[in-house]
Design a protein around this ligand. Structure first.
Ligand code: SAM
Length: 275
């Protein structure tokens, strides 16, 4: 298949730079540039946008983002073996690709881009994906520095992100995402789209921050969701006992016989605000 940007096919890039996938780094590469374009397009227009990408690897998604017109890509990659391949992409798009070698979990994302809108797009390493998402959702200051998150997860995690009350996948992640963002499933990606194929289906999820989430302290919300979902099959009067049990529930006007998975995001915020 002809590449969209005149750069060599990714399979050749991987072979030439000896980038055999390392499991410990969650390396499952996407080699189909039509698919990486589809992921990048899910983020909407990239004109004038700085994109932060976590884990560019050999650069399949990076190339799509640049070809779709992002002003700049700032990519954080932990595996130094990928840097020469990424340098080739940088040479093809002068001054538009900045690669930072490092661990995304230790990166201060807020200060990376200096001006204009920022979107985050990534085919995330599965072992750190959820933690990164939570870090992007937790700052007290809101709206955040990013305009949207377009992220690939294992489908199971994607379902937890977009889940509402009364859904089997609803839990702490669903409450957090539902509180501060509108989150939607964009599409699934089958294992065979990756090299090497992972064991499970993946999903691309797109999140945009809501401008005015229900006023609530992050740490209080964390406390109530932790207690409530820690014993999700139990009635709330039992699961939130350490936080005040029936008295707390009465204050928040919530039936103590209900279970965590039936509470809406608004009710969790009310509970947090009564702590
Ligand atoms: N974006 C490429 C693609 O779509 O083909 C690669 C995606 S692969 C699932 C995940 C990438 O994240 C790998 O390149 C891996 O080396 C990198 N990575 C793993 N842990 C990381 C971390 N803590 N910080 C930054 N990059 C990391």
């Amino acid at each position: 298949m002809a590449a969209l940007d005149g750069l060599p096919p990714l399979r050749d890039v991987i072979q030439r730079h000896g980038l055999d996938a390392k499991k410990a780094l969650g390396q499952n590469f996407l080699l189909d540039l039509n698919l990486t374009q589809k992921i990048a397009r899910t983020a909407g227009s990239l004109e004038g946008v700085t994109v932060i990408e976590v884990g560019p690897g050999p650069g399949g998604l990076t190339r799509a983002i640049l070809a779709l017109g992002a002003k700049k890509v700032i990519a954080i990659e932990r595996d130094a073996r990928c840097l020469p391949a990424l340098a080739e992409i940088g040479a093809h798009y002068p001054d538009r690709l900045q690669v930072i070698e490092g661990d995304a979990l230790k990166t201060s994302f807020e200060t990376l881009a200096d001006d204009g809108p920022v979107k985050i797009i990534a085919n995330l390493p599965y072992n750190v994906g959820t933690q990164l998402l939570v870090n992007w959702l937790l700052p007290e200051r809101w709206p955040p520095f990013w305009q949207s998150l377009t992220l690939m997860f294992q489908r199971e995690v994607g379902l937890r992100i977009v889940a509402d009350a009364d859904d089997d996948h609803y839990g702490r992640l669903g409450v957090l995402c539902g509180w501060r963002t509108t989150a939607r499933m964009a599409f699934d990606v089958p294992p065979q789209a990756f090299t090497p194929p992972p064991k499970v289906t993946s999903s691309v999820v797109h999140l945009e921050p809501v401008e005015n989430p229900i006023p609530c302290s992050v740490s209080a919300l964390e406390k109530v969701t932790h207690a409530a979902f820690g014993q999700r099959r139990k009635m709330l009067r039992q699961s939130v006992k350490p936080l005040g049990g029936e008295a707390l529930l009465a204050k928040a006007d919530i039936d103590p016989q209900r279970r965590a998975e039936t509470l809406s995001v608004e009710e969790f915020c009310r509970l947090a605000n009564c702590l």
